[in-house]
Design a protein around this ligand. Structure first.
Ligand code: NAD
Ligand code: UGA
Length: 485
């Protein structure tokens, strides 16, 4: 029986390995992690991540051919194929701080493999890593391992998106495998291809050289994020001119060369990867002396920051230039719907912007706990992707008077002056906005950062409504649109 071990039981390692186990009953899959609470959660009834369809897949093969364990070393030693799916955050200090990928976790995983491996292994890069990482990993493995043990490194980046991970894994657009162009390298590529071929049509399994595979992952994320920054840049121009960004996106996306997906204007993209991966790309370009190319990609992140700032500015300027002491209901905190993940969610910057103007926030998200929200509002930039015990707790914890978190949107709305919609949860489309309006201070405002509500219907109720990139309410027409920089 082929044995697979995956180091890192996170948003990628957990679902990806569960899918391999589910589709390949003849393969034993063990997912290991240094975080004991995380492993315990994977072995419990309440999985550590919320992902539609994940529970069914995990429960159907857990303890049959899918195992979760914190005994990292013995499972590494025992396996034929080792996936490494640990976090690769942005460096917070030292060379390349604020841009380069921090490969500490990757390096410690590689050293552990080298220490315990007694037989040949295929080591698969599942994490998103800078192009050329495989070269460094090879050096670690080959210099610190026992004599006679051979390693083949493959790059097999993951393209799943959170919230749709199970669909993405079941029916991927493509699976990408990069390997060395040697007979041993190609043999390893064929072995991994054989795993995916159990359920993915062969023409969707692409094989390339190692560097193309590593770079394609960064390139895909950069180009996806670029689409969002492009439409978000257009949203600002729509607001200035009376064009409607949804109409523009529809018309543009009908061009089959452009396509309709990923053109939803928003308060900004969030999530654990886009910003980190683009900054990483910027750093790689700089290291290769490609200043202009670095500046080009940096702009995708800068437009994203501008979009968040622009939103805060809309809220403050619409509400008589101050939100001091005013209660604002924040609907949604996760970085997108159908996930409880809050890593780099735009809600953090919006909340901090409003708190900076002394607003009182009342936050509701159907999947995010109060503890998580409080932690996010006090964690320094880029620290979120490091283990909690390594991150110093901030002395600026937001007081309970300034931030309340509730499980009931209607309760949270009572006495509020304004509502900011931060996540496109379906349930926000169907709230009883008349009931909410009745309990609010007047004038009552809605600032829709995801274009989920129908502005005309809300205006009929009496709300003053701001929807990203849509024709402006008369109330806002002459107010400043963008922050002065
Ligand atoms: P995550 O933080 O959820 O999971 C990483 C896990 O690795 C953590 O549980 C951590 O405890 C564990 N870990 C770290 N060092 C370890 C070690 N030495 N030994 C054992 N366990 C260790 O991260 P994630 O979201 O799953 O992302 C992992 C990688 O996949 C990143 O490089 C990310 O860029 C990439 N990626 C993420 C997504 C996504 O949607 N989240 C999609 C595609 C690719
Ligand atoms: C993204 C990519 O879509 C995945 O292919 C990739 O594997 C993953 O990053 C990764 O490398 O981690 P993810 O971050 O989970 O996946 O979620 P997305 O659906 O891409 O959304 C990212 C952000 O962009 C969210 O905040 C979302 O609300 C925003 N977004 C997305 C928009 O603002 N507009 C859009 O049209 C689409």
């Amino acid at each position: 029986m082929v044995k697979i071990c995956c180091i890192g039981a996170g948003y990628v390692g957990g679902p990806t390995m569960a899918m391999i186990a589910y589709k390949c009953p003849d393969i034993q899959v063990v997912v290991v992690d240094i975080s004991v609470p995380r492993i315990n959660a994977w072995n419990s009834d309440r999985l550590p991540i919320f992902e539609p369809g994940l529970d069914e897949v995990v429960k159907s093969c857990r303890n049959t051919n899918l195992f979760f364990s914190s005994d990292v070393e013995s499972h590494i030693a025992d396996s034929d194929i080792i996936f490494v799916s640990v976090n690769t955050p942005t460096k917070t200090r030292g060379l390349g701080a604020g841009k380069a990928a921090d490969l500490t976790y990757w390096e410690s995983a590689a050293r552990m493999i080298a220490d315990v491996a007694k037989s040949d292994k295929i080591v698969v890069e599942k994490s998103t890593v800078p192009v050329k990482t495989a070269e460094a990993i090879e050096k670690i493995l080959n210099h610190s391992s026992r004599d006679g043990v051979n390693f083949q490194i493959l790059s097999n980046p993951e393209f799943l998106a959170e919230g749709t991970a199970i669909d993405d894994l079941t029916n991927p657009d493509r699976v990408l495998i990069g390997g060395r162009q040697t007979p041993e390298g190609q043999k390893a590529v064929a072995a991994l291809k054989g795993v995916y071929a159990k359920w993915v049509p062969e023409d969707r399994i692409i094989t390339t050289n190692l560097w193309s595979a590593e770079l394609s992952k960064l390139a895909a994320n950069a180009i996806l994020a670029q689409r969002i920054s492009s439409i978000n840049a257009m949203s600002a121009l729509c607001e200035a001119t009376g064009a409607n960004v949804s109409e523009v996106a529809y018309a543009v996306g009908k061009d089959t060369r452009i396509g309709p997906k990923f053109l939803n204007a928003s308060v900004g993209f969030g999530g654990s990867c886009f910003q980190k991966d683009i900054l990483n790309l910027v750093y790689i370009c700089e290291c290769n002396g490609l200043t202009e190319v670095a500046n080009y990609w940096r702009q995708v992140v800068q437009i994203n920051d501008y979009q968040k700032l622009r939103f805060v500015n809309r809220v403050v300027s619409s509400m008589f230039n101050t939100v001091s002491g005013k209660k604002i209901l924040v609907l949604g905190f996760a970085f997108k719907k159908d996930t409880g993940d809050t890593r780099e969610t735009p809600a953090i910057d919006i909340c901090l912007g409003l708190l900076g103007d002394k607003a009182k926030l009342s936050i509701y998200d159907p999947q995010v706990s109060e503890d998580q929200i409080r932690r996010d509002l006090t964690t320094s930039k880029f620290d979120w992707d490091h283990p909690q015990h390594l991150v110093p707790s901030s002395p600026t914890a937001k007081s309970k008077e300034m931030v309340t978190v509730t499980w009931d949107a209607y309760e949270a709305a009572k006495g509020a002056h304004g509502i900011c919609i931060m996540t496109e949860w379906d349930e926000f489309k169907f709230l009883d906005y008349q009931r909410i309006y009745d309990g609010m201070e007047k004038p009552a405002f809605v600032f829709d950062g995801r274009n989920v509500v129908n502005p005309d219907e809300l205006r009929k109720i009496g709300f003053i409504v701001y929807s990203i990139g849509k024709p402006l309410d008369a109330w806002m027409k002459d107010l400043p649109a963008a922050p002065l920089t």
